[in-house]
Design a protein around this ligand. Sequence first.
Ligand code: GAP
Length: 516
Amino acid sequence: MTQEEVFKQLTSHAKEYGFVFQSSEIYDGLSAVYDYGQLGVELKNNIKKYWWDAMVRLNENIVGIDSAIFMHPKIWQASGHVGAFNDPLIDNKDSKKRYRADVLIEDYIAKIEEKINKDIEKGKKKFGDSFNEEQFRATNPNVLRNVAKMEQVRARMAAALNNNDLAELRQIIIDCEIACPISGTKNWTDVRQFNLMFSTQLGNISDESGVIYLRPETAQGIFVNFLNVQKTGRMKIPFGIAQIGKAFRNEIVARQFIFRMREFEQMEMQFFVRPGQELEWFAKWKENRIQWHKALGLGDEKYRFHDHDKLAHYANAAVDIEFEFPFGFKELEGIHSRTDFDLGQHQKFSGRKIQYFDPETNESYTPYVIETSIGLDRMFLAVLSSAYTEEKLENGEERVVLRIPPVLAPVKLAVLPLVKKDGLPEVARRIMDDLKFDFNCQYDEKDSIGKRYRRQDAIGTPYCITIDHDTLADNCVTIRDRDTMQQNRISIDSLRDYISERVDYKNVFRKLHKID
Ligand code: GAP
């Protein structure tokens, strides 16, 4: 199966098992907006907890807030979003479809990359064990030509974006002979800038002055509360403020399921430091965040850093943590050194002094900021896509299993009486009642035990216990591991400890903080 086919299977699996639904589905859906179902919300909450506890609970100098989505419209002028939160757009005159110019070019580059990978695959097949990829890349004329072409287009695009040169972006599309995927023609309009913020009207004011925006990032809610939190929390620099919340962007390229949505959630943390120390902290947070990802065990090889080709006007360093989604390596999280831009701008636009008096240096200054910003929905997709596995078993049967890290799994334990009689359901219910305060448990007595195991595999439940007739005599149950499918006999009294040891966040945090 191609990666594209796997991704299709994954999206239909996410719907079939109650993880993610298209928004307003009975009205034919709303593009790039999704609802989380009964299992999706559990997984999402678990990811939030993993992030919140790692940031807020385990760092004495980081606190959390929850600011409103609606904010004073001047905030978005100060932050630069009214003037510059734009995407370069181009329309195809025949299909009337609108595209992001940079995405059309990126897709073109991805196609060249695909060609390179195909040549490498061919080489592998031809030369078998003696194949040396490094040497092949350095000598094969097709690969060399395509790499050079790719690099040239990439450099041109980066320069055009950096210089805000819209005519050059269009010229790249023309020169690369990029056609509209719908009409197949190259009949393009000029490239124009398009603001991504959604706006609405405040209360009973109908003119321009009543326009307010749905926040396109949660970060500004942190900046405008800097003084409130610093003073009321008696925070000393360096310190951080974290927030999880909704953000809204009128994305033009809305595709790849929940990867790019119009309404999504961000988990952001702004870390305030002394001017001049920002790059040191940037390096620390870069390392800290990659370790947070890796501690989940989705596979270290699935992450890579990508330095920004184009630095935002307020940043003096920026890097993305990219994850290998089924459609390639894409941005999962951004780490940005935002200088004193945001606090400085809010000081200017609000007329309030936003400074910190440093008792160690006896100086007042505008703190510098390191931001870590991750999309919750993208993190959800990273977990789900790396977990989704179709397996052929030794007995010839097939199963779909979600190998979700046990700490994040929506349901931790399935309680399954072997039959619906002979007192087994009563024992099962007693176990449920005892453990449901510790873990999210599911009770299931319908169908054969094999079918019930498959249902739990499909939603990623790490442990199933079966209560059988022997349980009545020995007070033990059979516990089955989702990944190995191994079954062990274990006493009911030791269940809580057995499962806790394997699903508790503490274990991942211990690994993260290198505590034995
Ligand atoms: N405050 C900085 C900021 O918002 P960003 O790179 O625009 O930076 C940060 O966004 C993260 O938010 C991204 O790395 C991504 O995970 C997530 N994100 C951005 N736009 C998104 C969208 N349309 N749908 C889902 N997630 C998105």
